[in-house]
Design a protein around this ligand. Sequence first.
Ligand code: T1G
Length: 679
Amino acid sequence: MSVSVEVAGGIAQVVIDNPPVNALSRDVRAGLIEAVRTADADPAVRAVLLRCAGRTFVAGADVKEFDLPPMEPHLPDVIAAVEGAGKPWLALIHGNALGGGMELALGCRWRLAVAGAKLGFPEVNLGIIPGAGGTVRTPRLTGIEAAVELVTSGKPVTAARAAEIGLVDAVVDAEDAVAAALAWLAAALARPLPVALSARSVEAPDAAFWAAAEARVRKAARGAAAPGEALASLRHAAGAGFAEAMAFERETFLRLRASDEAAALRHVFHAERAAPRPAELNGITPRPLTRVGVIGGGTMGAGIAVAMLNAGLPVRMVERDAEAAARGLGNVEKIYRETVARGRMSEAAMAARLADFSVGESYEVLGDCDLVIEGVFEDLEVKRAVFARLAEVCGPETVLATNTSYLDPEAIYAGLPHPERFLGLHFFSPAHVMKLLEIVPTGATAPDVLATGFALARLAGKMPVRAGICDGFIGNRILKLMRVQAERLLLAGSTPAEVDAAMRGFGMAMGPFEAQDLSGLDIAAYQRQAARARGQESFAPVGDLLVAAGRLGRKTGGGWYDYEDGKAQPGLPLAVGASIEAARAQVPAKTRARSAEEIVDAILLPMINEAAQIVGEGIASSGADVDLVKIHGYGFPRHRGGPVCYGRSIGFATVVARLEALQAEGLAEAPCAELRAWA
Ligand code: T1G
């Protein structure tokens, strides 16, 4: 049984034991109803202590049941039974109380949080809203303001913060938490019983409060529906009686549960949990990771060093001379100083991290590193020279990794000894912040070396995705295509501002043109030049003209847009308009006005096609992996589930048909065989 009841000293301890996270499966819900009956029927019981076995309190409804029709007993009824029980319940929260777990705690008369616990409502992250009283009972406990922040943000709060806003009655030490809770309960029983939350009222704020909250929530949601729906439910709950508010919340919850957005976010939830542990590596022991070497102290090298230090791994950085070493140290210190200045780290913690860091010019110190990551300039010969040197100082047990965006890892390590210990680790800038890590084995990489890459990602809190070798791996290959499509649209009559607005409207963090202005047009131009030198086509007729005219983006005061005081100015800059005209003369295209929807189609459908091609070639193991790459490395909206998930939601057959229409207009390539197979 996943719920047990044990009575001692007048207190029934109801313990939920449903590993791994005590989710509210049907079995647990039924067990709780039974526990209410048992405690109520036992005259020896004065009160109930509800707690969980294992590492956490209830982390929510059972995600595994989400694709099934709701099953009795329903959670709102379970919580109503707890709240209406003859004996008062106290929830003791350790680990996480999330979603339905938090709602269950709200059905109790009191709540205690163990120090270190996290409490909150992550429902909006799954495209839904709380479905068992979260939007109704929370404001009746904390007041509306705190409830709005909790429920619409999806972000949990700490135990201390929960006590501050009244979400819990007190915080208890982790040591002997059960004894502390029993003592606390004994004292509480001597006081009048708090009124059940369902019987309390809530002060309704004025219209100005809701207008401000709506604006804030809409901005943060980037097009996702759930946060706004959560706010609407809270607003309704503030003005309505308990039963009516519960009915409104439940109706919204059930509607959203069946939405594309919820399906997409569930897809991401499962993909994120599967990615760090690929089945192909089952039973393979990674090599040890106790000390890491980093070659290069530029932006990439310093970011990687900080990511490793933050994962608890001491780092030895090597640069080519004393001056470069000093710069490398400066870059690492700068990242930490900024982290401290933002209040995200204490001076003491920074000092502790830096104590684990050394930098110098000698490769000899790398002899006892388990892993060395090269993060020098993107130049094949420079990188090859680094690995030739590493092969001399590191034994065959040391894993050697190249951080490259576009070069072929096979070529980087060709002819060097022990190729089985070599692989690509593609970090994204800034490497200490960005979650994505493309892990790129060569044909020779040993399974335990590949497993070490994944182990490193888990240690450093990265989202690892295995990528095969091709130009740009998974992420940059699709990015490149997206930029091609964006330029095709310019030739076909759209403006950069129209394209950016349409893509932001879809939910992208940034439009393709404003993103280029931020990163600098010269970076992509350099990649195009290198690609052309390799004999590959690289289409960017307008971008090439802008670069030739010195319009490199924000850093030169103008690129696709003009900037004043760091702000993009409205209107099409003359130089950009002229470049588009000049490019149209070279590449004739029929122009016409396009709606935002048509623009989104012209960019996204080819991306879906490319994703299918990438899976078909075995460059990505699955469509879900492509989705994770775009979400975690390229600002693709999470609530759309990634390009492949989005394609599935509109139907791959529809994608094929619309791509063929775009192809007829000269705006896209033909759908690939893999996409047709998916269709
Ligand atoms: N249901 C079922 N399994 C779950 C689960 C859940 N809610 N949460 C996690 N797991 C599994 C997960 O798949 C993995 O399994 C293992 O637990 C460890 O997870 C009515 C409707 C709790 C903070 O959104 O945020 O309540 O891969 O690797 O880093 O209003 O899991 O090992 O087989 O993430 O220690 C709201 C989601 C539901 C919580 C732990 N709840 N979970 O993190 O481990 S909606 C959530 C988390 C709801 C009500 C509504 C995290 C965690 P496996 P993990 P972790």
